[in-house]
Design a protein around this ligand. Structure first.
Ligand SMILES: Cc1ncc(COP(=O)(O)O)c(C=O)c1O
Length: 353
């Protein structure tokens, strides 16, 4: 009988070397990782193995043609010691959708969640208990065929890495509205969480960083007149008391777990919410007229990230003071509260591992 899981432990843990007060995002990895290969049309036995380099052929199809997808999730330790994941079913569903779009074999959603839980349970001593800190989880899948030629690979590797992290953005962010470059076009792969979307964003983002911004706000590929999303998070604005966010009816925006949760929460609280096309012009006018009262990014890594400044063409707009941002402060307090156990999880979003 095939074992359900093979475990190969490290001989010595690195956990004693960690400075828990300094957890730069994405640099520190736990002792183990999970690996599950796909070959002969089926998933093989998953293995938990020591974190470390993997070998691959130089003509690995991911390196040449970018058949690669990923997810981002977090495990949090609440004050009473429980370990929870935030809406893992949504990541599992998005992962399956990304698999389909990138012509990769789908990992059934329940199996995906079970594998994530298995590694998090195994590495749970690595989950930080500091405020704003968590165990970031990076499931990913990539092609492994030894072959040059453009066709879907027949073999793949699914892996999960876990890393203790602090805040992704240490300070409120300054973002630039991008009108030249494009993140995603209709009919493309913007809705999939695939590596190439991020590769394509690097050069324009680098230019924005040189101009003093941390991130871009992408606009639509056709006219550059409508807001889409930011590089690592979805965009949310409050104008005239209404919580606004770009609608997801095209396939150019990543369906964000946190953004969907913010929308559902605002509706649950009875706040006015609109998901629709949002033009750059209406936002700039609202800023000028003092009707934009809040602006933030929503994402797993970024959490609820206040936007302090928006750059548009040659102008830089300072947005309202952070302490006046009633909507995002309330949302952040609720989301932090249900994770830490300080407030009731009314919508049952935190799933114990
Ligand atoms: C491009 C992009 N948009 C939005 C998000 C936010 O998605 P989520 O809330 O599911 O983390 C992310 C991060 O995952 C992202 O990379």
């Amino acid at each position: 009988m095939t074992p359900e899981l093979e475990i190969h432990r490290v001989t010595e843990s690195r956990i004693g070397q960690i400075n828990w007060d300094n957890l730069p995002f994405g640099h520190i990895f736990t002792d183990h990782m999970l690996v599950m290969d796909y070959r002969d049309d089926s998933w093989q036995t998953p293995q938990i193995v020591p974190y470390g380099p993997i070998s691959m052929h130089p003509c690995n199809t991911t390196l040449h043609y970018g058949q690669s997808i990923f997810e981002g999730m977090k495990a949090i330790r609440s004050k009473d010691g429980r370990v929870t994941l935030f809406r893992p079913d949504m990541n599992a569903k998005r992962f399956a959708e990304s698999c389909l779009r990138m012509a990769m074999p789908v990992i059934p959603e329940a199996r995906f969640i079970e594998l994530v839980k298995t590694l998090v349970r195994f590495e749970q001593t690595w989950i930080p208990d500091r405020a704003e800190a968590s165990l970031y989880i990076r499931p990913f899948l990539f092609a492994t065929d030894e072959y040059l030629g453009v066709r879907p690979s027949k073999t793949y590797k699914f892996m999960i890495l876990t890393c203790p992290v602090g805040a992704y953005y240490a300070k409120p962010v300054s973002v630039k509205i991008e009108e030249t470059y494009t993140r995603a076009a209709e009919g493309g792969v913007g809705r999939a969480k695939t590596a190439g979307n991020y590769a394509a964003s690097l050069y324009p983002t680098q230019r924005a960083i040189e101009q003093g911004f941390q991130q871009l706000i992408w606009t639509d590929a056709k006219s550059h007149e409508y807001l889409e999303e930011s590089g690592t998070m979805n965009l949310m604005l409050v104008i005239d008391g209404v919580l606004l966010t770009p609608s997801e009816d095209s396939d150019t925006i990543l369906r964000s777990v946190v953004k969907r949760s913010v929308v559902e929460l605002a509706k649950h609280w009875g706040l006015p919410v609109e998901e629709r096309r949002i033009s750059v012009a209406e936002v700039i006018t609202a800023i000028r007229e003092g009707r934009l009262t809040d602006a933030f990014g929503a994402g797993t890594a970024a959490t609820i990230a206040p936007i302090a400044k928006i750059g548009y063409r040659d102008e830089l707009f300072e947005l309202p003071a952070l302490e006046t941002r009633a909507v995002s402060l309330r949302i952040k307090a609720y989301l932090d509260g249900i994770k830490s156990g300080d407030c009731a999880d009314e919508l049952s979003w935190c799933v114990e591992i």
